[in-house]
Design a protein around this ligand. Structure first.
Ligand code: GDP
Length: 529
C-alpha cells in the first residue's frame, strides 16, 4: 500500500468512547449507533436485560447476572465517509482503572447525560479523567421522550460543573409526551419525532426554516412560538460551535434526543464523525509519535481473558498509534526485546471477532496473549520506544486470599499473576511470609477474581481480612539506602504481580511516619507499566 493510501486510511479513522453515569443510556445509544453504522440488523442485540438476549460485549456470567458492564469491548463500523472505532467502557463505578486506561486509547469522547437528571457523579469523575489529556467531548442529552429539566439549565450545569463551554447544535421542541423533535441550528431545519420507531432508522419529516408556517402546523402554535423564543435566548446566552475550542477540549457541541426512540443519534454521529479528531499523537519516553509516522507502533491498554468461552484465550488490546498493521508482520515487543511475527491479530468489526488483515493508526487490534504481554507494553517496527501515561493505581481495598484446597497453590499464584497482568486486580506477596494479598480499587473486583479463578483456573479460593489499608510502590535512587530501608521495614514490604517492590501499610499513620523516616525513598501512588 502506498504512503498516500495509508494516510487516507488513517485520516478516515475516528476512535471514541462513551462516558456517562450508570443508567443514562450508554448501552442503548451504543446499540443505536451500531444500527446507524449498519453493524447490526436491528437494535436490541447489544444488551437485553432479562430478555434472554445479551450484548455482544456481555461475555461474563457476572455481567449477565448483575446487568453491568465489567468489560471493555471494541466495535468498528463505517459511518458517512469515516471508519469509527467505538470503545466500550465499563459502566460501574468499580473498575475505574480499566476505564481510565481505555480513555488513553481514544481521541474523543461522547458524553451521554440523562436530561431528566443532569450532570451526575460518575460523569463528573470521568470528565476529570478526560481533562488530563484535553480530550474533545461531544454531548448527547438523552431521554427527551421523558419530562426533562429545562434545557437552558442543563447547559448551564454542564458549563459550571464540568467547566466546559456548551454549543447547542440541536434544540428540543417539548419533551415527554409533548416531545415533537429538534431544531438543528446548523442546518436551519426542524426534524420531527415519531414515537415507537426506536428499533429502526426512522424516516423523518423535515421542515426547513424557523419561520416556516408548516412548523406551527406540525408542532402546534404554542410550541413553535416557544421554540422561537427559546432559540433567541439560546443564541444570545450560549456559545457557537468552534472547531478549535472543541479540539482543545474547551467547548462541547450539544445534541438532544432519545436513544431509546433512536432520535437525534444520527445528528450526534454526523457531528462527531465530522468534527472529532483523526488519530492523535501519543507521547513516548523518547519522543512524540504521530499517526503519520511511516513505521508501525502501538501500546497495550487492556488485557481480557476468555472473551469467547469457546476460545479460552486472552486478548491484549492494542491501540495502533502510527503506521499500518499487516497480517504476518514482524513487531518488536519492546519491554522484552523480542521480535515476534503476528499473523492472527483480531479486529472488532461490529463486535464479532475477525482476523485482521490490515489495520491502521487509530484502530484497535487484539493480540493473542500467552502470558508475555502486559498492560502498557509498546510494540514497534524495531525502534526502542516506550509509550507513557498508562498507569496502575495503588489499590485501596485489601484481602488475604486463601485456598480451600491447599494443593492448588501453584494454580492460584499463576491465576493471580495473570489476572494482575490484565489489570483485573493487583496481587502482593509479602517478603516475610507466604500470604497472598489481593488489592483492588473497587470492591466488585474481589468477586470477579474469585469467580474467574474458579472458572478459568479451577481454583476454589476465599478471602480473609488482612491488616493492610494502603499501598505504595517504592523506589530509591541510592542503592545503599534502599537496601537499608528493605532490611528495616521488610515486614511491610511485598512484591506485586510484576515483582515491583511495594510498601503495604496497616494504617495511613504508619505510612506517613515511614515516609518521614525515609526521606530518600519515593513512595508512589501510581505505577507506570
Ligand atoms: P447504561 O447503564 O448507561 O448503559 O444505560 P442503559 O442504556 O442500559 O439505559 C438505562 C435505562 O434507561 C434502560 O431501561 C433504558 O431502556 C432506558 N433508556 C435509555 N435511553 C432512553 C431514552 O431515550 N428514553 C427513555 N425513556 N428511556 C431510555
Amino acid at each position: 500500500m502506498s504512503n498516500s493510501t495509508i494516510a487516507q486510511e488513517i485520516a478516515k479513522r475516528r476512535t471514541f468512547a462513551i462516558i456517562s453515569h450508570p443508567d443514562a443510556g450508554k448501552t442503548t445509544i451504543t446499540e443505536k449507533v451500531l444500527l446507524h453504522g449498519q453493524a447490526i440488523q436491528s437494535a436490541g442485540t447489544v444488551k437485553g436485560r432479562g430478555s434472554g438476549q445479551h450484548a455482544k460485549s456481555d461475555w461474563m456470567e457476572m455481567e449477565k447476572e448483575r446487568g453491568i458492564s465489567v468489560t471493555t469491548s471494541v466495535m468498528q463500523f463505517p459511518y458517512n465517509d469515516r471508519l469509527v472505532n467505538l470503545l466500550d467502557t465499563p459502566g460501574h463505578e468499580d473498575f475505574s482503572e480499566d476505564t481510565y486506561r481505555t480513555l488513553t486509547a481514544v481521541d474523543s469522547c461522547l458524553m451521554v447525560i440523562d436530561a431528566a437528571k443532569g450532570v451526575e457523579d460518575r460523569t463528573r469523575k470521568l470528565m476529570e479523567v478526560t481533562r488530563l489529556r484535553d480530550t474533545p467531548i461531544v454531548t448527547f442529552m438523552n431521554k427527551l421522550d421523558r419530562d426533562i429539566r429545562d434545557p437552558m439549565e442543563l447547559l448551564d450545569e454542564v458549563e459550571t460543573e464540568l467547566n466546559i463551554m456548551c454549543a447547542p447544535v440541536s434544540w428540543p421542541i417539548g419533551s415527554g409526551k409533548l416531545f415533537k423533535g429538534v431544531y438543528h441550528l446548523h442546518r436551519d431545519e426542524t426534524i420531527l419525532y415519531q414515537s415507537g420507531k426506536g428499533h429502526t432508522i426512522q424516516e423523518v419529516r423535515i421542515i426547513k426554516g424557523l419561520d416556516n408556517p408548516e412548523l406551527d402546523e406540525a408542532v402546534g402554535d404554542g410550541l413553535a412560538e416557544q421554540l422561537r423564543e427559546e432559540l433567541e435566548l439560546v443564541m444570545g446566552a450560549s456559545h457557537e460551535f468552534d472547531q478549535e475550542l472543541f479540539l482543545a477540549g474547551e467547548l462541547t457541541p450539544v445534541f438532544f434526543g432519545t436513544a431509546l426512540g433512536n432520535f437525534g443519534v444520527d445528528h450526534m454521529l454526523d457531528g462527531l464523525t465530522e468534527w472529532a479528531p483523526a488519530p492523535q499523537p501519543r507521547q513516548t519516553q523518547e519522543r512524540e509519535v504521530t499517526a503519520a509516522d511511516d513505521k508501525f507502533s502501538g501500546f497495550v491498554f487492556k488485557i481480557q481473558a476468555n472473551m469467547d468461552p469457546r476460545h479460552r484465550d486472552r486478548i491484549a488490546f492494542m491501540r495502533i498509534v502510527s503506521g499500518q498493521y499487516t497480517q504476518g508482520m514482524k513487531m518488536k515487543h519492546v519491554r522484552i526485546g523480542k521480535t515476534v511475527s503476528i499473523s492472527d491479530a483480531v479486529t472488532f468489526m461490529a463486535g464479532d471477532r475477525e482476523r485482521a488483515e490490515e489495520a491502521f493508526a487509530g484502530d484497535i487490534i487484539g493480540l493473542h496473549n500467552h502470558g508475555t504481554i502486559q498492560i502498557g507494553d509498546t510494540f514497534t517496527q524495531g525502534e526502542e520506544l516506550k509509550f507513557t501515561g498508562i498507569p496502575n493505581f495503588a489499590p485501596e481495598l485489601f484481602r488475604r486470599i486463601r485456598l480451600r484446597d491447599p494443593l492448588k497453590q501453584k494454580q492460584l499464584l499463576k491465576g493471580l499473576v495473570q489476572l494482575s497482568e490484565e489489570g483485573a486486580v493487583q496481587v502482593f506477596r509479602p517478603l516475610d511470609n507466604n500470604d497472598l494479598i489481593v488489592g483492588a480499587v473497587g470492591v466488585l473486583q474481589f468477586d470477579v477474581v474469585v469467580a474467574r479463578l474458579k472458572a478459568e483456573y479451577n481454583v476454589d479460593a476465599l478471602y480473609e481480612s488482612v491488616n493492610v489499608s494502603t499501598a505504595r510502590w517504592v523506589y530509591g535512587k541510592d542503592a545503599k539506602k534502599l537496601d537499608e530501608f528493605q532490611r528495616k521495614v521488610s515486614a511491610n514490604l511485598a512484591l506485586d504481580g510484576g515483582d515491583n517492590l511495594t510498601y503495604i501499610a496497616p494504617t495511613m499513620v504508619n505510612l506517613n511516619l515511614t515516609q518521614e523516616r525515609y526521606p530518600d525513598i519515593q513512595f508512589s501512588k501510581t505505577r507506570e507499566h
